[in-house]
Ligand binder design. Sequence first.
Ligand SMILES: C[S@@+](CC[C@H](N)C(=O)[O-])C[C@H]1O[C@@H](n2cnc3c(N)ncnc32)[C@H](O)[C@@H]1O
Length: 304
Amino acid sequence: MGGAVAVEESEANHKSAAVESKEKHGSAAKEKQNKNKRKRKEVAPFGNYRNYYGYRNGHDLDGDPRLKVMKKEWFEGKACLDIGCNNGLITIHIARKFLCHSILGIDIDSNRIEDAHWNLRKVMKMESVKRNSINSSELKNEEKSNGSKQIADSSPDQEATIIFEDPTCKSEDLSSVVSFQHENFVQSRHMGSGHYDTILCLSVTKWVHLNWGDEGLINLFSKVWRLLQPGGVFILEPQPWRSYEQNRLVSETTSRNYSQIMFPPHYFQEILLDKIGFRTVEDLTAALSGAKTGFNRPVLAFYK
Ligand SMILES: C[S@@+](CC[C@H](N)C(=O)[O-])C[C@H]1O[C@@H](n2cnc3c(N)ncnc32)[C@H](O)[C@@H]1O
C-alpha cells in the first residue's frame, strides 16, 4: 500500500518539463480569462446597475408590469418621491403616464443620477421632435387639402421607448415636474414631515438591508412614514429573501449583515402595519401574475 502511494507521489513529482510548462501556460491563460470575466462583471454593491432596465424589461419600459398595477389616483396632481430611481426612466415614465404634480428621484449613485438627468433631457428632446412632427403633419394635411406639395414626415427618435399619454404637453412642463438628486436615503437628513403624497421604493429594500442591516431598513421605513402626508401611499416592491443569497457576497459589509438579519422580507408587512403605523395594505401582486417581463416580485401599497 505504502509503496503504491510512494510510486504515485514519485510520478507526480517527476512530471516531464514539457507537461509542467504546458500546465503553467494553461493555468495562466485561465487566470487571465477569469480576470477579464471579473473585469467585465459589473460591481454594483447597492444594486446600482448601469443597464438595469435592459435586463429587467428588455428596454420595453411601457411593458413594465409594475406600471400596469399602479393607480393614477396615487400620482395625478400629487407630490411624489422615488427612492432608488437608478437611471430615472421609471420616474420619468410615471410622471408622464400619471401626470404627477412633482416627482423627485433620488439615488445613492451619482453616476445613475447623471444618467437620469441625461435621460430627462433626451425625453424632452424626443417630445419636442414628436410635437414638431405632429405639427408638421397637421400642416401637411392642411396643405394637402389645399392641393399643395407634401412635406416629408420626420421619423420619431429610435429610442422612443416611452409612450407619452399627452403629446401636446410642453417639454418645459416635464423639467418642472421631474427632478433628480444624489442622496443616500438611509443616512441623509430630511427636515420636517409630510412632504409627499406618494413614495415609491421599488427593488431597493434588499440593497438597504444588505448594506445597513435591520437598522437601516427600519430607518428607511420610519423615514418614509414621516415624509408622507396623512392618507399618503407607500408603494413597496421588496425583493424576496431567496434573492439576498445571490448578492450577499458583494462586499464584506453585505456578507456580515446578511448573516445578522432578523427581519427578512416576509416580516415587512407586519413591521409596516404594527410597528411603523401604516393603516392598511393593498396587495397588487395578483394583478402582476402572468407578466412576461419583470421579476414577478410582490408589489404592496401601504396607506398612512
Ligand atoms: C435594483 S435598482 C432599482 C431601480 C428602480 N427603483 C426600479 O425598480 O426600477 C436599486 C437602486 O437603488 C439605489 N439605492 C440603493 N441603496 C440606496 C440608498 N440607500 N439610497 C438611495 N438609493 C439607493 C441603487 O443605486 C439602485 O439604483
